[in-house]
Design a protein around this ligand. Sequence first.
Ligand code: ARG
Length: 561
Amino acid sequence: MDYKKHIAEKIKIEGATEQEIYDLLALPPNTEMGDYALPCFKFAKIFRKSPAMIAEELKNTIATDEVISEVSAVNGYLNFKIDKNGFVSETLDKILTQKEAYGASNEGNGKTVCIDYSSINIAKPFHIGHLSTTVLGGALYRIFNYLGYKTVGINHLGDYGTQFGKLISAFKRWGNKEEIEAGGIRALNELYVRFHKEAEEHPEYDDEARAYFKKIEQGDEECQALFRWFKELTLKDVQKIYELLDIQFDSYAGESFFSDKMSPIVEELKEKGLLTESRGAQVVDLEAYGMPPCMILKSDGSSLYATRDMAAATYRKKEYDFYKCLYVVAYQQNLHFKQFFKVLELMGKEWSKDLVHVAYGMVSLEEGTMSTRKGNVVFLEDVINKCIEKAYTIIDEKNPNLEDKEEVAKKVGVGAVIFGALYNNKIKDIVFSYDKVLNFDGETSVYVQYTCARANSVLQKGGVPSAYEIPALTGEEIELVKTLATFPETVKSAAEKYEPSLIARFAVDVAQKFNKFYFDCKILAAEDEKTKNFRLALTNATLQALKNAFALLGIGIPDKM
Ligand code: ARG
């Protein structure tokens, strides 16, 4: 049972929804006051009454029941005390019987969510800027799955445009098959960079590149083969990173897949009178909506990013009949998404309301941690490997006799990169710092992992009890259980708000409360058998909840550290 929900249902305030009340209900700083508290300040303006009066009046409308043992009004807060024993045993039983399904639900049954994430560009570096879309998308994929939705992970490859003509031109002029095979994306990127440099002095190279791109489009055997090869090399290269980050996709249908699926869209736009000409190009005017025009066709008749996205959205609706289609893409592309969502709406596609741009902030590297001078890109692979190395050094120092140090370092290092990108509200810009993400005492994944290792070691020594009874409870125990009990709602909110950070914060919160419990209450040396058993059960439930949370984020938990 969700006690917070039970309380929220009982509070009736005109003009406030149950959800709003639910969100307002907080855990008071000390349990003496109550277990949940509703701050009434928010309503003072609406009702033109003091918060204290509002709290007092509300108090008189709420009767105690089998869950709520006491209601009081103190300093503008409406405080609730709940029957602790019932609450604690119910929460622990739920976690310990549902195990890896604790927090899961079937609310999404029968509904499909498409998630467009990572969506890398062929032959371009997979750099630190792709970290957020990849791990946010991966987490949302798991979260929606956990809530019973069918999820479709889509890597909308950037595999269309004159840059592939440039690559062919560069490869034919300077390329060497073996070197490129061995060098992968880095080698392809070097070719591309060299092309740009040399084309400054040889503008004819650009014409050649355009011609090659046309050939790809027209189905020229040789050019298509080269293009496919660039694609294979890129995907093979990034697969290493996807494996490390535990990321999967159900579709790699990218921009080129849609390059021949756009004429129906263009036709429909024409029919509906939405296209206008602007300097030879075909556009949809969006001035009435405060946006610049959305470009549909260039003057030479070739398509644009937005057109391909409109074709892709239409295709996804037909293919998957999605309930929602998410685009996990940096906020720099806000306008692009607003524009083509609007154009689809103007075309009368009622499902355009189900397209969601899940925007996120920028990730940059702390100054001095890696050379970004001369505009060098920072490859994500290098960041991950460096984090694993650093994790190894720390672990080796702390626990030189640990078995499987390499495996542990991998889980810690990769986890730190993922968690570093997921811990903050997604729209915030973040500066990635190795020291910060690997701080054992910070709000970090390694702190949570270390807490799990601690819990594991306690359980190894004390054993997992098959049954337990509730002893006289301490404040630390109750606080911990209260936090554990919020997990199902946390998962739901994370999905509703497209905000995996809520789950990351839950994990840190649980770990902090567990550590407080661990230091203040003796587990193995508890005063009696009943208390010891209960504490072991609580430790076990904590470990389970942390495992579930981290599984949703895609982070592994070592048994020992
Ligand atoms: N490849 C694009 C980029 O790197 C992101 C694509 C996002 N997805 C989409 N359907 N537009 O900027």
